[in-house]
Design a protein around this ligand. Structure first.
Ligand SMILES: Nc1ncnc2c1ncn2[C@@H]1O[C@H](COP(=O)(O)OP(=O)(O)OP(=O)(O)O)[C@@H](O)[C@H]1O
Length: 245
C-alpha cells in the first residue's frame, strides 16, 4: 500500500434494518496509524458503523475499502463477511464484551487467535499481559468472576490476539467506574504509542476520546454531522454540540 493511501476508505455508506435507516451517506477515510473516535447520541448509528466495517452487518449501499481490498461495494455486489474481515486484520471488540464466562482468561484470549489457524500464541499472549498486567495475575480465573474492567481488558486482549491491522472498539467503557474506564483508555494510548495500530473507538465520554484519538467523527441520526480534531477540541463545547443533536 502506498504511504499516502488511506488504510480505510468509506464512501456513501448506508445501513438499514428492514425499513429503518441506521446509517446514510457516511463517508470518511482513515490513515495508517490513525485513531479515530466516533461520538453521537443513542441510536446515532455508531455500532452499525463498526459492524458494517467488520462484515457483521451487510450495508444497504455504498463502498468500503480496506487498503486495496473492497469490504463492501454495493454496485459491484461485493460483501465480505466477518471471517474475511478477521483474516484480513479487521477486528471488532463488540459492545457487551461477549466473553465465555465459564472459560478462563487465557482460554478466552486464545479464542481470539482461533480464526487465524495454527500459530504460536505465546508471544501474543505475552504482549496482552504486558499491556494488561492484571490479566497475567488472573490468567487461570474464570472470566465470569472478573470485575467489569478486567472483563473489558480480556475483550480487548482477545481482539489483539487476532493480530489486528484495524481494531474497532465499541463502547468499551460501558458500565465501568470512571477510574477503571480511564485505566482501560490509558492502556489504549500506550498501545497506540507502542504499536501504531490503527483504531476506531466508540466511547460515550468525549474527554476519553480526546485523549485516545486524533480526531472525532460526530454521528447524528445516521449521518456524519461534523468532525473535530482531538487536540484542539474543547470538550465542553463538543459536549454542547452533542447535546444539540
Ligand atoms: N439488529 C437491528 N435490528 C433493527 N434495528 C436495529 C438493529 N440494530 C440497530 N438498530 C437500530 O439502528 C439504529 C442505530 O443503532 P446503533 O446501535 O448503530 O446506534 P448507536 O449509535 O450504536 O447507539 P447506542 O449508543 O445506543 O449503542 C437505532 O435506531 C437502532 O434501534
Amino acid at each position: 500500500m502506498a504511504a499516502n493511501q488511506p488504510v480505510l476508505r468509506v464512501q456513501q455508506l448506508a445501513v438499514s434494518y428492514g425499513g429503518l435507516t441506521a446509517l446514510d451517506d457516511v463517508a470518511f477515510a482513515l490513515a495508517e496509524g490513525e485513531v479515530l473516535g466516533v461520538a453521537g447520541p443513542n441510536g446515532a448509528g455508531k455500532s452499525s458503523l463498526l459492524k458494517a466495517l467488520a462484515g457483521v452487518v451487510r450495508p444497504a449501499a455504498g463502498r468500503v475499502a480496506f487498503g486495496e481490498e473492497p469490504i463492501f461495494d454495493g454496485s459491484a455486489r461485493v460483501a465480505r463477511g466477518p471471517r474475511w474481515a478477521v483474516r484480513h486484520g479487521i477486528v471488532l471488540v463488540p459492545e457487551g464484551r461477549h466473553l465465555f464466562g465459564d472459560l478462563s482468561v487465557e482460554e478466552n484470549l486464545r479464542f481470539g487467535a482461533y480464526l487465524l489457524g495454527a500459530h504460536r500464541y505465546d508471544e501474543d499472549l505475552e504482549r496482552v499481559y504486558t499491556l494488561f498486567p492484571k490479566l497475567r495475575e488472573r490468567r487461570q480465573q474464570k472470566s465470569a468472576t472478573l470485575s467489569g474492567g478486567e472483563q473489558q481488558m480480556v475483550a480487548i486482549g482477545r481482539g489483539l490476539m487476532a493480530r489486528p491491522r484495524l481494531l474497532l472498539l465499541d463502547e468499551m467503557s460501558l458500565g465501568l467506574a470512571p477510574a477503571i474506564a480511564a485505566e482501560v483508555s490509558s492502556a489504549l494510548v500506550r498501545l497506540r504509542e507502542q504499536t501504531g495500530l490503527t483504531m476506531i473507538v466508540v466511547d460515550e465520554s468525549l474527554k476519553r476520546l480526546a485523549r485516545m484519538t486524533s480526531r472525532v467523527l460526530f454521528l447524528a441520526r445516521g449521518r456524519v454531522h461534523s468532525e473535530l480534531d482531538s487536540q484542539g477540541m474543547r470538550v465542553d463545547e463538543a459536549n454542547y454540540l452533542l447535546s444539540s443533536f
